[in-house]
Design a protein around this ligand. Structure first.
Ligand code: PHE
Ligand code: ZN
Length: 817
C-alpha cells in the first residue's frame, strides 16, 4: 500500500480540466463488467499544457483514446491510484475515451459498483466513483451524463440510472439495454446505477405548478406491501418542500431503490435514491414507531438533497456541512412539523450529546469544516455528527424562524444556479448569502467552522434587591483539541426565560444586567438547547427542581436526582396537559454513555450500578402511577403511525412489559428489550420464541441481534461469540456490543480484544464499516489506567496488521497520537 496521504483544505486548487459531458456505457456480467466512458474535456485555461490526473482504484485499464487515437503504454502513467495523461491536445475541447474492467461480485466494500442480493447497485459518495472508472473524482467536476446499461434480461429485468429513460430494447444473446439521460449537471458522487429483479410500488405527485411526477419505490416483489409508509413519506416530503420552501421537484421521475447491503442509511443520487432496506420497509408487525419515524425523516432527507446538495453542490468535501447541515436542518423541520417539535428537538439534542460531544473531546475532534482528512468516509461517522453541529443546526438557532431561512435559501439557490460550474459553493459563499439576504449579524460565528471542541459555558447569576437588578455573567472556554491548543471566543446564542430574547455571547467573559426586576428570578437558560455547548450554572437544586415543575420550555426541564426528584417525576407522569411522548422522554434516564461522558474519569461499572439502582427505585416508588399509565394507554385498535398514537405507545412502554399480548412490534419490542436484560429462563424462552417467528425476516432478526449484543447481562461477550459464528450482522452485533458499556469495557479486556480482532478481520472485507466499529476505541484515554493499557494494546495490534485500509489507519493512528 502507498503511504496514506492527508488532504488539506488550504491546498485546494481549481481543476486544470473540466468535463462537460460524460457518456457511460456498462456491460454488466457475472464475472466482469466493462465500463466505457466518453468524456468531452475542456481545459480551464486555454492552451494549458497541464497533465490530466484521473483517480482510479481497483480498476483494470483496457484502453485510453484521445480524439479517437489509441494511446500506447508510454503515453500515460498508471499507478495504484491514478491514471495520468501528460500531453493533451491544445484545443478548446477534446474527447477522451476510456475502457475499464471491474469485478462487482467481488466488491465487498459496498463502495463503487457492487452486488447486493444478486442485484447490481452503486454507491459513489464520497469517493466511490473512482472504483467504477478513471475520472476526476471530485465534486467540482460537474458534467451532464448519459448512461447506457446492458445486461442479461432474465437475470436483470430492471435497468435504472439517473434522469430520464431515453430508450430501451432487446439485444442478442438474451441481453437487453436501457439508455438514461440526466439533464442536470452533476458531480460524479451523485451517479447511480441499479440492475436486477425488482418490482415497484407506483404512485404520482402533482407539483404545485401542475406537473405530474411519477414515483417508484423498488424492492423485491415480496416486500412491496411494506413500502406504503415510504411512499406516504415521499409524498409528504415533496408537498412540504413546496409549502415551506417553495421548492418543486425538477424532473418527471423519482426512483427509490431499497437494497439489503448498504454502508450507510441512504444516498441522494439524482432521481435514483438508493436506500438501506431498513429505512424503506415497514409494517406494524416488523417495524417499531422509531423505525417509522426514521423512514419518514430519511426519505425526507434524501428528497430534500435534490435542491440542497444536488442542484446546489459543494466545491469540495471540506464543505460537506453545507449540503448535510442544511439538509439535516430541513429534515428536522419536516419531522417536527409532522410530529412533536419538542420531542424531536430532545431526540436530536440527545443524539448530539451522545455522539458529537464525545467525538469533540476525542482524537477525531474537528471543526464543522475540517482542515484535513485522510479518508473522507471517516467524516460521516458518529451518527453523522458533523451534520448535527453544522450549518443547519446552528441556523435553527440563529434564526429560529423558517421565514428567514427560506428567504436566505432562495437567494442562495438563485445566485448559484445561474452559474454552477464557476460557483461551486463554499461555507463563505453561504454565509455571505445568508448575511445579505437577512441582514444578519453573525459576529464571530464563523469560529465554529474552524475550531474543534465543545465550548463549556459557565453562568453565574446575582440579584441585587436594592437596585432591583439581576445579572448573568457568562464565561466560555473551548477545551484544547488535537492540533488546536488554544481557542478564540465564539458566538454563542443564549435564549432566556419566556421572553424571546437571545443574548449574544461573543466574548470570553461577558455580563448582562437586567434592570427593574422585582424579585430574584430563576432563569431558564439555553431554552430549546439554543447552542451546542456544555453548560455549568450556579443554580441550586431547588432552582432546578422549580424548573422541572414549572418551566414552560419543555426542553429545559432538567433531569437531576434530588429528594424531590421522584415526587417531581410523579407529577410529570400524571400531568395530563403534557404531551405523552414528552412525558415518556422526561421519565427516561439518560444512557450510560451519556452519563459517563460527564465524568472526569469514565467509570462504566459505577455508572451501570447507579443507573440501574435509580431505575429500580423510580419503578417501585412510582408503581401506582406507572400501572395507571399502562392501563390507560394500551393499544386497542390497529396500528396507526401518527403523533397521538406514537406518544401513547411511548408512554405506555415506559411502564410495561407485555410481550405476549402485543399486537405491534413497537409494544412487543419494548417488552422484549426489558426482558432481555434479565438472565434466566424467561429471557431465553422469549428470545427463542421471537427468533422462531421472525427468522425469515432479516430486518427483524437484525433487531433481535441488537437486543442481545447490547444487553447488560454479565459476560455477554461469550454470547456474542456464539451468535457471530452463525451470521455476521456487523452493525447490530458489534455496534450494539460496543454501545453497551459494562460488557465492552469489561475490566478483563475481553470486550476490547473482541473488537480488536473483529476490526482486523473486517478491514479486509469492508474498510468503512471496520473504521466505524473501531471508533469505539477512540476515547480510550477517558478510562482508568488498566483499561487504558488494554485498549492501547489493541490499537497497537491493529496498527501492526498487514494491508491496513486508509480508513482504519486514520482512526487508529489518530487515536494513538
Ligand atoms: N449523503 C448521504 C445522506 O445524506 C449519506 C452518505 C454518505 C451515504 C456517504 C453514503 C456514503 O444521506
Ligand atoms: Zn444527507
Amino acid at each position: 500500500m502507498d503511504a496514506p496521504k492527508e488532504i488539506f483544505l488550504k491546498d485546494y486548487t481549481k481543476p486544470d480540466y473540466y468535463f462537460e459531458t460524460v457518456d457511460l456505457s456498462f456491460s454488466l456480467g457475472e464475472e466482469k463488467t466493462i465500463v466505457s466512458s466518453l468524456i468531452k474535456v475542456s481545459p480551464r485555461v486555454k492552451g494549458s499544457s497541464a497533465p490530466l490526473v484521473l483517480n482510479g482504484h481497483d480498476l483494470k485499464l483496457l484502453s485510453v483514446k484521445v480524439e479517437g487515437k489509441l494511446l500506447k503504454e508510454g503515453d500515460y502513467q498508471l499507478d495504484s491510484r491514478h491514471l495520468t495523461l501528460p500531453s493533451l491536445p491544445a484545443k478548446e475541447s477534446f474527447v477522451l475515451e476510456i475502457d475499464t474492467e471491474i469485478y462487482p461480485h467481488k466488491n465487498t466494500s459496498l463502495d463503487g459498483l457492487y452486488k447486493s442480493s444478486g442485484n447490481f447497485c452503486t454507491q459513489c459518495e464520497a469517493e466511490g466513483f473512482r472504483k467504477i472508472t478513471f475520472y476526476q473524482d471530485r465534486p467540482d467536476i460537474m458534467a451532464k451524463y448519459t448512461c447506457r446499461v446492458e445486461a442479461d434480461k432474465s437475470l436483470y429485468p430492471v435497468l435504472l440510472s439517473n434522469g430520464n429513460l431515453i430508450s430501451q430494447g432487446d439485444i442478442e444473446g438474451g441481453r437487453h439495454f436501457a439508455l438514461w439521460e440526466d439533464p442536470f449537471k452533476k458531480p460524479c458522487y451523485l451517479f447511480a446505477l441499479v440492475a436486477g429483479q425488482l418490482a415497484s410500488r407506483d404512485d404520482t405527485f402533482t407539483t404545485r405548478s401542475g406537473r405530474e411526477v411519477s414515483l417508484k419505490i423498488w424492492t423485491p416483489a415480496e416486500d412491496l406491501p411494506k413500502t406504503a409508509h415510504a411512499m406516504y413519506s415521499l409524498k409528504a416530503a415533496m408537498k412540504w418542500d413546496e409549502d415551506v420552501f417553495g421548492l418543486e421537484y425538477d424532473l418527471d421521475l423519482f426512483n427509490i431503490v431499497a437494497v439489503p447491503d448498504f454502508n450507510m442509511g441512504a444516498m441522494e443520487n439524482k432521481s435514483l435514491n438508493i436506500f438501506n432496506s431498513k429505512l424503506v420497509l415497514a409494517s406494524p408487525e416488523t417495524a417499531t414507531d422509531a423505525d417509522y419515524a426514521a423512514i419518514l425523516g430519511v426519505i425526507g432527507h434524501e428528497y430534500f438533497h435534490n435542491w440542497t446538495g444536488n442542484r446546489v453542490t459543494c466545491r469540495d468535501w471540506f464543505q460537506l456541512s453545507l449540503k448535510e447541515g442544511l439538509t439535516v436542518f430541513r429534515d428536522q423541520e419536516f419531522s417536527s412539523d409532522m410530529g412533536s417539535r419538542t420531542v424531536k428537538r430532545i431526540a436530536d439534542v440527545s443524539t448530539l450529546r451522545i455522539y458529537q460531544f464525545p467525538e469533540d473531546a476525542g482524537p477525531m475532534a474537528h471543526p464543522v469544516r475540517p482542515h484535513s482528512y485522510i479518508k473522507m468516509d471517516n467524516f460521516y461517522t458518529g451518527k453523522f455528527s458533523i451534520y448535527l453541529r453544522s450549518l443547519g443546526f446552528l441556523l435553527s438557532i440563529v434564526f429560529q424562524s423558517n421565514v428567514l431561512v427560506f428567504s436566505f435559501m432562495k437567494r442562495v439557490l438563485i445566485s448559484i444556479s445561474k452559474d454552477m460550474m464557476s460557483k461551486l459553493v463554499t461555507c463563505e459563499d453561504f454565509f455571505a448569502a445568508m448575511r445579505d439576504a437577512n441582514n444578519a449579524d453573525f459576529a464571530n460565528f464563523l469560529q465554529w467552522y474552524s475550531q474543534a471542541g465543545t465550548p463549556v459555558v459557565k453562568v453565574a447569576s446575582s440579584y441585587n434587591a436594592e437596585a432591583r437588578t439581576f445579572s448573568l455573567k457568562f464565561s466560555q472556554e473551548i477545551p484544547p483539541t488535537p492540533g488546536q491548543p488554544t481557542k478564540e471566543a465564539t458566538f454563542i446564542p443564549v435564549t432566556i426565560s419566556s421572553s424571546s430574547t437571545i443574548l449574544r455571547v461573543t466574548k470570553k467573559e461577558e455580563e448582562f444586567v437586567f434592570s427593574d426586576i422585582a424579585e430574584r428570578p430563576v432563569p431558564s437558560l439555553f431554552r430549546g438547547f439554543s447552542a451546542p455547548v456544555r453548560v455549568e450554572t450556579d443554580l441550586s437544586d431547588d432552582d432546578l427542581f422549580f424548573l422541572l415543575a414549572h418551566d414552560s420550555d419543555e426542553f429545559n426541564r432538567p433531569l437531576v436526582l434530588n429528594p424531590k426528584f421522584i415526587q417531581g417525576l410523579g407529577s410529570v407522569l400524571s400531568d395530563s396537559t403534557l404531551d405523552k411522548e414528552f412525558i415518556a422522554k422526561a421519565i427516561t434516564l439518560p444512557g450510560e454513555g451519556e452519563i459517563m461522558d460527564m465524568m472526569a474519569v469514565a467509570d462504566p461499572d459505577a455508572v451501570h450500578v447507579v443507573r440501574k439502582f435509580v431505575r429500580k427505585q423510580l419503578a417501585s416508588e412510582l408503581k401506582t402511577e406507572l400501572l395507571k399509565i399502562v392501563e390507560n394507554n394500551r393499544s386497542i385498535e390497529a396500528y396507526v403511525f401518527d403523533h397521538p398514537n406514537m406518544a401513547r405507545r411511548a408512554l405506555k412502554n415506559t411502564g410495561s412489559s407485555e410481550y405476549k399480548s402485543a399486537t405491534n412490534l413497537t409494544d412487543q419490542f419494548a417488552a422484549l428489550a426489558a426482558l432481555s436484560q434479565n438472565p434466566g429462563k424467561t429471557r431465553d424462552d422469549v428470545l427463542a420464541d421471537f427468533y422462531n417467528k421472525w427468522q425469515g425476516d432479516y430486518l427483524v432478526v437484525n433487531k433481535w441481534f441488537l437486543l442481545q449484543s447490547s444487553s447488560d447481562i454479565p459476560g455477554n461477550v461469550e454470547n456474542i461469540h456464539a451468535l457471530q459464528t452463525t451470521i455476521i450482522q456487523v452493525y447490530s452485533l458489534i455496534g450494539g456490543f460496543c454501545g453497551s458499556p459494562v460488557n465492552f469495557h469489561a475490566k478483563d479486556g475481553s470486550g476490547y480484544k473482541f473488537l480488536g480482532d473483529i476490526v482486523v478481520q473486517l478491514d479486509k472485507i469492508n474498510p468503512q464499516v471496520a473504521s466505524r466499529m473501531l471508533s469505539a476505541f477512540s476515547r480510550w484515554k477517558r478510562y482508568d489506567e488498566t483499561r487504558q493499557a488494554l485498549a492501547k494494546a489493541q490499537l497497537e495490534m491493529i496498527m501492526s496488521a498487514n494491508g491496513l485500509s486508509e480508513n482504519v489507519f486514520e482512526i487508529a493512528s489518530k487515536s494513538l497520537a
